[in-house]
Design a protein around this ligand. Structure first.
Ligand code: G16
Ligand code: MG
Length: 216
């Protein structure tokens, strides 16, 4: 019997990956680095600074910038990304998510956000679902990114349940690995690539009911 739900944001609640991609592609182009959609898959669920490191390594420029310069580049990308987020609204919720969230709230199942994004509170407000969540794990307080289970352990902790009592929803392989590493039940929301190790795999949350997950 499960007692709480832990949601990733990008790829589970809304598809901001395409906006991250636009902002990273522009920044990379200014540095003479080309990235494509296949490469963008590697950035899903990965923190801002780690994403920048991957892009620089991809362009053979891993050691060309100081930490301060990299921070400036990451800030530039984020400024562009936040501009792109301005147009976001409830119409950008992924199919089935709102219905699933409403059903969870009706049954008083606590819901937490476990996203690598520092923009998560802003995005949730734009999507008009911020108030439905009991907590948002602050990525600034974490020592390790996904696939480490830290963010998922922290998420369960904020709603006072054990990881084994929670269901985690993820669209990235690194996220699924983090969920499984702490004994949580993993629902993989598959967009393009297949997700390995997930206990259940769906294309969208409308394929699931709250009741069937609580019984897992
Ligand atoms: C999301 C995205 C990643 C992004 C990360 C950090 O993770 O999938 O591509 O790099 O957040 O975002 P920000 O730059 O806004 O802090 P998640 O965990 O929601 O899938
Ligand atoms: Mg994600």
């Amino acid at each position: 019997m499960k007692k709480g739900f832990v949601f990733d944001l990008d790829g589970v609640i809304t598809d901001t990956a395409k906006l991250h991609y636009i902002a990273w592609k522009d920044l990379a182009a200014a540095l003479d680095i080309e990235i494509d959609l296949a490469f963008n898959e590697q950035l899903k669920g990965v923190s801002r600074m780690e994403s920048l490191d991957k892009i620089l390594a991809h362009g053979g420029k891993k050691d060309d910038f100081s930490i301060a310069q990299k921070e400036t580049l990451a800030e530039e990308k984020n400024k562009h990304y936040v501009e792109l987020l301005q147009a976001l609204g409830p119409q950008d919720l992924l199919p089935g998510f709102k219905e699933f969230l409403n059903a969870a709230k009706e049954k008083q199942v606590p819901c937490v956000i476990a996203s690598a994004s520092k923009n998560a509170p802003f995005i949730l407000k734009k999507l008009e679902v911020f108030d439905a969540f009991d907590a948002i794990v602050d990525p600034d307080e974490l020592t390790k990114g996904k696939p480490d289970p830290e963010i998922f352990i922290r998420a369960a902790d904020t709603i006072h349940i054990a990881p084994e009592e929670a269901v985690g929803f993820e669209d990235a392989q690194a996220g699924i690995e983090g969920i499984k590493a702490c004994g949580m039940f993993a629902v993989g929301v598959e967009t393009t690539e297949p997700l390995y190790q997930a206990d259940l795999r769906v294309k969208q949350l409308s394929e699931l009911t709250v009741d069937e997950l609580l019984e897992k």
